[in-house]
Structures are given as C-alpha cells and as structure tokens.
Design a protein around this ligand. Structure first.
Ligand code: GLA
Length: 394
C-alpha cells in the first residue's frame, strides 16, 4: 500500500471506530439546567402518599412567606401518588379526588408564585407506591408533562424487572428532549447501577444511595444522613455544573433528630454540593428549623458556581474534616463530631491544599462571626453530633 492509500484507510478506520465509540451530540443531555445544585421542596419525606393539591399549594405559599424562596429554593415537587390510572388513549390520569383542579392548574398556581413545578414518575410498570409507571409511555408522558408546564421530573426505579438502567433513563431523557420544554431530569435509581459512571449525559442529578431516614441511630436497614455521607466518599469527581450526585432529600425539620443534628445534616449536604430539596412541613416549621434552611452563607457554599463537590479530607475516629473548594479560591470546611462527647477537631492547611504559611480569614457560618486570621491550622472544640462550619478565605 502506498502512503496515500495508507492514509485513506486510516481515515476510514478512524471514521468507522469514531462513529462506534463516540456519543453523538444529539444523545447528550445538554439541557442547560441545574448549573448549581437544584433547590426546592418535595412532598415525600414528610407526607409520603398523602399528597393533595391543597398541600402542594400551601407548600408553595409557605416557601415564599418563610423566606425560603428568597434564599434560593425554587422547585415545588410532588412525589409519588398523584397519579391513579391511564385513560383509554394511554394518557396518565391524576387522582381527581386529591387533585380536583388537575395538574395544569396546580402548575399554573406554582408558577404564579414565581416558582417552578416538579412531578414524579417511574421507569418501571408501576411506581414504588404501585401507581402507573412510565414504562412504554415515555414519549406520551413527556409530552403531557410539557403541556402541563412541568419543570422538573423525578424518575424512580421500582418495578423495572430486567430493564437496563442506562437505556431506560436515556429513553426518558430523549422523550423529555423531544417534548421541547426544559425539564430538570432527576434520576432516582438509588445508586444501584452506579449512575455516576454513565448519567452525566442522561440526567441533571442522580441518587447515589437508598432512601434517607430521619434518625441519628436508625433501625437496621434504614440509612441516616451520616451513613449516607459515608457513602459519598469517592464520588466527588463525578459531580459538576448540570450533573450532581444526589444523597437524597433533606430530613431537616421532620422531628426525628435534634436541631444540632439537623444543622450537621444541612452543613454536610452543602459541603457535598447536594441538591437541597427540603422535605419538611413548611407551613408548621419552627424558627430554628427555618434558620437552618435559610442560612444564606451556608447555602452559598452549596451553590458556589465552581460546582465542586466537597470531600472528607480527614477522619480520626468520630472526628471528621470535610472541605470544599470555592470559586474565589477559598474553602468551606466542616468540622464534624460524630461522637457522644465534645471533641477537639483541627484542620490543617495542608488538608485544604494551602501552603502552611498562608494567612487566611476564618468565618463561622452558623454563628455568622469572623474568627480572625489563621495560618497552618485551625482548631476548635466541637460538641457531640455537631459541626463547626467555616469559610476560609486567603
Ligand atoms: C422511592 C424513592 C423515594 C420516594 C418513593 C416514593 O423509595 O427513593 O424517594 O420517591 O420511592 O414511592
């Protein structure tokens, strides 16, 4: 073969293999949404299957009146149990007793408050609560959601039998795309098929674990926020603008833990750049819970535009240090005491990726207090189950 025909055959080979192995751009998610972790409210953690249009409307009202909307919460999401059947044409039908005005009217109401509206379905034949799933109806459902004005879809993984997760979620991604409305796509397959390895082009966020529970010492088989935080270690590099690891919705304010524990839960979720979906009864929330959920300096850590997920940089028994790089070159730091007694916890500049001599301003984000300048290390006493959350700025 002369050198010209060699070149031609190399080109032909690379075109052939290129088309085999590259992902055509039309298959990418590229919906331009969730450039910072989505924030909002979801009905499931507090209300389970007891969802009604009045409940959803009052959650939207409370999101505004509580100051949560001003703090950045945007999506009002109805989880499982809004749907009852399919009509003869295969259209999904909302429960007419609990949602008498219909889903379109509810979406309009949520939009009239300056908020966005989300809904839930499942990649299988039935949802986890045995309502109709979207299997085989993906394109019809996506069109229906777009017509209703849906802005966010949480898509579950119950009753999926032998379905392939990547294929099933990609089908719904393509259906949403062809429906033409920008819809945040939230994958909820509990980390079963390691979605962080394949879902960057499929969804805007993906659950990494089973369901969260509202307990510090949970019964066997129930995951506390602390156990879920452990399961995020190693997943940091997969998160970024438009595609986030989702350690599940917040339990803050649901009554099973102390205010201190809820503050720790919220702090860890923010350092993890987790989606912040409140899961409590917004209408009846105590001032302490509201203060946790609306702390703007803590939320700014979650929403930092660099979009880096924080990581655990040190663990000595029950004393942990978590850190997150911020766009301005600063670091958010959480000193977390999982133990039953007060502990001295320190963070070294080395753990933060800083030279030891660097002088940096340290601010306590819960006390909203500047703690002066430090270099080399910062140490503090941290009460049992509590955090000290800092912003360190060189
Ligand atoms: C699964 C999900 C939960 C919730 C329920 C609804 O368990 O992981 O977040 O959506 O289904 O049935």
């Amino acid at each position: 073969m002369n050198s010209f025909s060699k070149k031609i055959s190399r080109l032909a080979l690379s075109l052939f293999f290129g088309s085999l192995f590259s992902v055509p751009s039309s298959r990418a998610l590229d919906n331009g949404l969730a450039l910072t972790p989505p924030m909002g409210w979801n009905s499931w953690n507090r209300f389970g299957c007891n969802v009604t249009e009045d409940l959803v409307k009052s959650a939207a009202d409370a999101l505004v009146s509580s100051g949560m909307k001003d703090a950045g919460y945007e999506y009002i999401v109805i989880d499982d149990c809004w749907q009852v059947s399919r009509d003869a044409a295969g259209n999904i039908v909302a429960d007419a007793t609990t949602f008498p005005s219909g889903i379109k009217a509810l979406a309009d109401y949520v939009h009239s408050k300056g908020l966005k509206f989300g809904i839930y379905s499942d990649a299988g034949t039935m949802t986890c609560a045995k309502r109709p799933g979207s299997r085989g109806h993906e394109y019809k459902d996506a069109l229906q959601y777009a017509a209703w004005g849906v802005d966010y879809l949480k898509y579950d993984w119950c009753n999926t039998g032998t379905e392939n997760a990547q294929a099933a979620y990609s089908t719904m991604r393509d259906a949403l795309k062809s429906a033409g409305r920008p819809i945040v796509f939230s994958l909820c397959e509990w980390g079963s098929n390691k979605p962080w390895l394949w879902a960057t082009d499929v969804g805007n966020l993906w659950r990494t674990t089973g369901d969260i529970s509202d307990c510090w010492d949970c019964k066997k088989g129930h995951l506390s926020f602390v156990q879920i935080a452990d399961l995020q270690v190693g997943l940091e590099t997969y998160a970024g603008p438009g595609h986030w690891n989702d350690p599940d919705m917040l339990e803050v304010g649901n009554g099973g833990m102390t205010t201190t524990e809820y503050r720790s839960h919220f702090s860890l979720w923010c350092i993890l750049a987790a989606p912040l979906m409140a899961g409590n009864d917004l209408k009846n929330m105590s001032p302490e819970i509201k203060e946790i959920l609306t702390n703007k300096e803590v939320i700014a850590i979650d929403q930092d535009p660099l979009g880096m997920q924080g990581r655990r940089v040190r663990k000595n028994g029950d004393s942990e240090v978590w850190a997150k790089q911020l766009k301005d070159g600063g670091r958010a730091v959480v000193l977390f005491n999982r133990g039953a007694f007060e502990a001295d916890i320190s963070v070294s500049w080395e753990d933060l990726g800083y030279p030891g001599h660097l002088s940096a301003a340290v601010r306590d984000l819960w006390a909203k207090k500047d703690l002066g300048k430090s270099a080399g290390t910062f140490a503090a006493k941290v009460p049992s189950h509590a955090v000290l959350m800092l912003r360190v700025t060189p």
